[in-house]
Each structure stands twice: as C-alpha cells, then as structure tokens.
Design a protein around this ligand. Structure first.
Ligand SMILES: [Zn+2]
Length: 448
C-alpha cells in the first residue's frame, strides 16, 4: 500500500497517543477483581495462595502464619546498588506489607553489571524509582515508598521510624554507623551486608532491640586510607549479589520469628563469603558475643549517643570516620594534563617520564604509553633502603617525573611520599589524573 507523507504522519501521531495511553494503563494500580477479593473464610486471596504457595511449602518458613507476618511487615532498604538491587528483587516477591527504598543516586552505565534491578533503559533515572518500576513488574499490588534523598543525620529518624527491619545496603562506614545508631535508638533490627571484589560479609545487628550492634563489633571506624570503594577496588556483581540475596533470607527469618522458634534463640553471628576460594566457594559463619559492655550506642548504662546529638549534627559521622586528606601539595608540585601532553609530544626518545600509581588491574585496563606502574600501596610500603631505580624500573632520574592516577588524588600522596621519603625533587602531580586526560586531551582514552 502506498501512503502519502501526511497519512504516515497521521498514523505516527495516532500510534504515539496509543502508546501514551498504554503507558498510563501500566502505571495504574490494578483494580481488584473477583478472584483477588479477600475471602472471609481464608486469610489470603486465591491469587496470594498461588503466588506464595512455593514458599508456604517450605517447613522452615513457618506456613500461613509466617506469610501473614510478612503481609503485616514493613521493610526499609537503604541503598539500591549492588546489595540493594538483588535484595529488592527478592523482597518484591515474598508478600511484604510495605517496602521503603532510600537512594538519592541515579543509574549509570557502570552500575549495571551488578545492580541488576536497573537497566540500560533507566540510565539517568533515580535508582529508587527505577527499582520501584521493576519491582511492580513482579508484584503490581506491592506498596513501595521511595525516599529520593541521602540517608543523613537530619532525616534518619523520620525515614526509619515505623519500619520493622532495615537492610543496610550502603557502602560507606559513616552511613553504616548512622544506620546502626538510629536503629538501636528506635529498637529496629538491622540486616547488614557488605562486599568488595569477590568477598562479602553478612550479619544481623541489634536483633529485636537486644542483640549486639555494629559498634559492639567495630567500636572505631577503619582508617580512611584502608577503605576501598567499588570504584577503586572493583567488585564482581555475582559475588556482591550473593550477599544481597542472603540478606533477604535473614530478613525473612527475623520477620517470621524463625529465631524465636529455635530452641537456642538468636545467636549473634558474622558470615564471611569468599567467591574465589582455594576449593570452590566458601561461606563460613562465626558465632559472635552479645552486646559489648561500654558500647556507646547499645549499652543502656553507658550509652552516650542520643537522638538529640545525632539530629543536631553534634556527632558528625563523616568527620568521625575521617576522610583521606588529599590537599598535601603546593601548586608548584602540580602540572595539568595539557602540560603533560606538551611534554610527551616534544619527547623524542622513549624515556619514561610518567609514573602511574593505580593498582595493576587498573593499569592493565588502559594506561598512557611509556608509563611505569607502581601502585601507591606498594610505593608507600617501600622505604629509601630500596634504591629508587630498583623501584621504578626504567626511570631516568635526570628527567622530571609526572605522577598520574585515575582522578588525581592518589598521585598527590605519591608525589609527597617520593619527595619526603626518597628525596626526589623533580616530581610532579598531574592534576585530575587520567580522567582529566580523557576529557581534555584524548576523547578516545577509555574511562571506567
Ligand atoms: Zn553496641
């Protein structure tokens, strides 16, 4: 059939309208129909019996009584990332009364290998909304509340109040301590998970308002320089995903009273998962002590953390956990990427003027031609007893040395160390690192 341009435009317009109305229909909550009507004779709708039948059959689950408990429960998930994504997908299907999602971040392409609740289609969208959309596909009647904000001292009590359990799916120590302290004060159980590279750990904290808390296990935060993030240390999606899924199992056990039904009750534990073990994979669980006497959060006699000091900001979690101070150099010790580019273009021989202090795995992904790789961690473990020529193979000490990393932070620490420990003078930090190189000098240089 032949159409005129006008007819085609008309058809496109009609299809657009149809598409719009279908989209609207998708967003509408499904109206209850007869088979879904709550019977007075049975506690669940006919659809619910079908939906949850397979888990109702599991002896450990606890039958219809447990299902009813889930139906009345409200679960808060803080963080819709590597842990939160698989956790939320499974939580969506188990028949909860309400799920709250806290995340202020938006979906980016580097999230997708592990944050499986999001998709290429939702890049740029808020993670909590992207997650909600996917979860409603599993259970359209699910009540989901999204908090499009960062979890902080000011909003923490308001957000967490009223939830029966919290899944801590965050990735930084400051937020972990904050979640812990608020949960202890509100008497809410926390399922805590974390993971990096191919390893992860899992625990249940402040169990029913009486178990040990995060501060009982970790009274002081780790050194900021020892904290590695996913973007620096890398993470295998399937390994962190395992932890997220295990968190849901703990959530079910707590909400359905599994630990109460056990003869020995709840025993505090820490489970450690290794994806790349000597033999296969491993999960080892360690029995932990109960509440620590003197804990500033949960020891009722010695508690110094109160709602007032949290909400007033008197307890600055970020400051307490510390940040690595990267402002350690003068401007004279720094050059920009344009300067480095000019140096490289004038260079005639293949002497190595660049020291790349990223980890080897990052160096192997991409690096500037002629760079020497010596990770910051290795450099700062070396002392001047080792001749610098041995440490930096191919380095010509008569030439200036330009130090790069991914973002221009570690390189500053490296320059400082080379000057102070090895007495090098002719050594410079490249401002903004390889990311700046990619955006200003070479648009084809891969960033990750
Ligand atoms: Zn404690």
């Amino acid at each position: 059939m032949d159409y005129t341009t006008e007819e085609l435009l008309q058809q496109i317009q009609e299809l657009k309208l149809e598409n719009e109305s279908l989209k609207n229909k998708l967003d509408q909550p499904i109206q209850d129909e007869d088979p879904l009507e709550q019977s007075t004779k049975y506690p669940f709708t006919l659809e619910e019996y079908k939906r949850y039948g397979r888990q109702l059959l599991v002896p450990e689950f606890g039958g219809p009584e447990s299902q009813l408990r889930l139906k009345k429960s409200k679960v808060l998930v803080i963080g819709a990332g590597g842990l939160g994504s698989p956790a939320l997908l499974y939580l969506a299907g188990i028949g909860l009364g309400e799920i709250g999602i806290v995340d202020h971040d938006t979906v980016s392409i580097s999230n997708l290998h592990r944050q499986v609740i999001h998709s290429t289609r939702t890049i740029g969208e808020l993670k909590c909304e992207s997650a909600k959309h996917q979860m409603l596909g599993i259970e359209p009647r699910l009540k989901i509340r999204t908090f499009q904000e960062g979890f902080n001292s000011i909003n923490s009590f308001e957000i967490m109040n009223g939830y029966d359990i919290v899944l801590d799916c965050t990735d930084n120590p400051a937020t972990r301590y904050l979640i812990n302290d608020v949960a202890v004060l509100l008497g809410i159980t926390v399922v805590s998970g974390s993971g990096l590279k191919t390893e992860g750990q899992l625990s249940v904290l402040n169990y029913m308002g009486s178990g040990p808390c995060y501060r009982c296990f970790y009274p002081t935060p780790p050194l900021p320089s020892s904290v590695t993030s996913c973007s620096d240390g890398g993470v295998l999606g399937s390994c962190i995903g395992v932890i997220g899924v295990m968190m849901v199992t703990e959530c079910i056990k707590v909400l359905t009273g599994w630990y109460e039904r056990k003869e020995k009750g709840f025993i505090p534990f820490l489970s450690l998962y290794h994806g790349y073990n000597e033999i296969g994979q491993s999960l080892r669980s360690f029995k932990m002590r109960g509440r620590r006497k003197g804990c500033v959060a949960c020891d009722l006699e010695n508690r110094s953390i109160t709602r007032e000091i949290i909400e007033s900001g008197e307890l600055d979690y970020g400051l307490w956990c510390g940040k690595v101070d990267y402002s350690v150099l003068n401007d004279d010790d720094k050059v920009d990427v344009q300067f480095l580019s000019d140096v490289l273009s004038k260079q005639k021989d293949d002497k190595n003027p660049i020291l790349d202090v990223r980890e080897k795995e990052q160096f192997d992904i991409v690096h500037l031609d002629g760079s020497i790789n010596l990770p910051l961690r290795k450099l700062t473990n070396s002392t001047k007893e080792v001749p610098i020529d041995d440490l930096l193979k191919g380095y010509d000490s008569t030439l200036p040395l330009y130090v790069v990393c991914r973002l221009g932070n570690d390189s500053q620490l490296a320059v400082k160390y080379l000057k102070e420990e090895f007495g090098l003078q002719n050594v410079y930090d490249v401002k903004g690192g390889l990311n700046a190189w990619a955006s200003i000098i070479d648009n084809e240089f891969p960033t990750y």
